[in-house]
Design a protein around this ligand. Structure first.
Ligand code: TGC
Ligand code: FAD
Length: 392
């Protein structure tokens, strides 16, 4: 990729709504991304490689468990800080943000919220420091949008549970040290647990051939009579609300993250439109290009305000799952549309790795599907406003 010339765009001066601490966090993450991510991200994607050195850097900038209390190694920050970190990381690459949001919202959050004190002390400080990496196993080959149908199961064997089944499409699985896994017990109740690499019968084959999120490792989790000690089960949650509660946190982070990807595409397209000359003038001088850019910055600005307000509600513990669904759905779709328009503005150059556009666009094709598809979130909003459940 050419030198990272990214400049932030804040049309409605929304940054004035942030605190000094928020701005400091934003600057330090943005600098780290420019220094450590931008120079190698294109090659990482082209070669389908997750650069492992990012793990140490992510830990150092506080991207693992920003809102987990400091006594467990977390950052003790608020929800807007978490959102800003996700935005800046996804400005670099959605796969990078995936790695951080899985670790924070899907691994540290459930251990902190549903785990025993022993589990918190055993895992959280190492996860925060990047000395241990985690993944989250909910989706199965035959149960994606409908995780309640899962067939992965545990059987009580006295001093341990016997775990059988398989999870698919699991971010970070190929290198994760632990997996937060959701399985049904003999009564059909969903339970959560920590499965550790090295437990006999537990394997994590890598998923190959992805055209999206190529700088993020994806794999399966296969459980063949895995003995899970009883102390690894989460004592404080039962039922599907356990994993879905984690998704609220991750979806919230994605709503912020998508703005980062959109900003990167818009910024690149704006600059290109000012520099690229056709018919004797910059293409930014043509009305059709201006329409594209004006609509992009309008949609970004709306998303920034929506997401900031959601962050305030989240800080006050008032954000509903349906409000989070609306923001995830709107912002990811907005970012994908902007990536497509930005690609047009770049002409042929838009398909090359000289610019970040095609990489963001392909990444966003996953982001619009994971953590609940675009249509599933529409149905969650539909249920919220009408009172009728389309899933039944
Ligand atoms: P339903 O009967 O509606 O609910 C079951 C129980 O869960 C409660 N609940 C929630 N609790 C907390 N947060 C939420 N968002 C919740 N949504 C529902 C609900 O109140 C109920 O509780 P209780 O006490 O009555 O038992 O469940 P359903 O089976 O009808 O499903 C509803 C549906 C379709 C909305 C849900 O299953 C869904 O969201 N499906 C989408 C699946 C999904 O998002 N999977 C994501 C997998 S993880 C991932 O993609 C990681 S990518 C990471 C990365 O790389 O960044
Ligand atoms: P399906 O559920 O089969 O959906 C296919 C289509 O049918 C979609 O368009 C969907 O909207 C539509 N559809 C389904 N039900 C309905 C309905 N009731 N009404 C209308 N339309 C419907 N999962 C994890 O657990 N952990 C991870 O770390 C993780 N990481 C991922 C990383 C990547 C790169 C990808 C691509 C996925 C990841 N996932 C992960 C899985 C992801 O959450 C699922 O792909 C997603 O929930 C959708 O499930 P599915 O792919 O099985 O699609």
């Amino acid at each position: 990729m050419a030198k990272d010339r990214f400049q932030f765009h804040d049309y409605y001066l929304a940054e004035e709504l942030l605190t000094e601490e928020h701005r400091l966090i934003r600057s330090s993450v943005r600098e780290w991304v420019k220094r450590e991510v931008s120079p190698i991200v294109e090659e990482a994607c082209q070669t389908t490689n997750f650069p492992k050195q990012w793990i140490k850097g992510l830990a150092e900038i506080g991207a693992f468990g920003p809102y987990i209390p400091a006594e467990y190694g977390g950052g003790g920050m608020d929800q807007i800080s978490y959102g800003i970190i996700m935005q800046e990381l996804e400005r670099g690459d959605s796969g990078l943000r995936s790695t951080a949001s899985v670790q924070s919202s899907l691994v540290m959050y459930p251990i902190y919220t549903y785990g025993s004190e022993e589990q918190r002390k055993k895992y959280l400080p190492k996860l925060a420091a990047g000395e241990m990496m985690g993944c989250f196993g909910l989706t199965e080959p035959d149960h994606g949008s409908n995780p309640g149908g899962m067939i992965t199961n545990i059987k009580d064997k006295g001093d341990h549970f016997l775990l059988n089944g398989a999870k698919m499409w699991i971010s970070n699985a190929p290198f994760a040290d632990i997996a937060v896994v959701w399985a049904k017990d003999e009564q059909g109740v969903v339970r959560g647990m920590v499965v550790e690499r090295g437990m006999p019968g537990f394997t994590t084959p890598e998923t190959h051939g992805k055209w999206s999120l190529r700088a993020s490792a994806t794999g399966e989790l296969v459980f063949d009579n895995v003995k899970v000690p009883k102390e690894n089960i989460f004592p404080n949650v039962k039922g599907l609300k356990g994993p879905l509660g984690c998704l609220n946190s991750a979806r919230y982070g994605i709503a912020w993250g998508a703005i980062g990807a959109a900003l990167d595409c818009y910024d690149s397209a704006l600059r290109y439109s000012q520099e690229r000359i056709q018919f004797g003038k910059p293409i930014g001088g043509f009305q059709l290009t201006q329409k594209k850019l004006a609509e992009m910055i309008t949609e970004i600005t709306k998303a920034q305000l929506l997401t900031w307000r959601l962050g305030v509600l989240k800080n006050e513990n008032r954000a509903t799952p349906a409000q989070i669904s609306m923001a995830k759905r709107n912002n990811v779709n907005m970012a994908l549309q902007i990536a497509r328009e930005a690609r047009q503005i770049h002409g042929g150059m838009g398909i090359t790795g000289e610019y970040p556009i095609m990489r963001h666009m392909m990444n966003l094709e996953s982001v619009i599907t994971y953590e609940g598809t675009h249509d599933i979130h529409l149905l969650i909003t539909g249920m919220d406003v009408t009172g009728f459940n389309a899933f039944e």
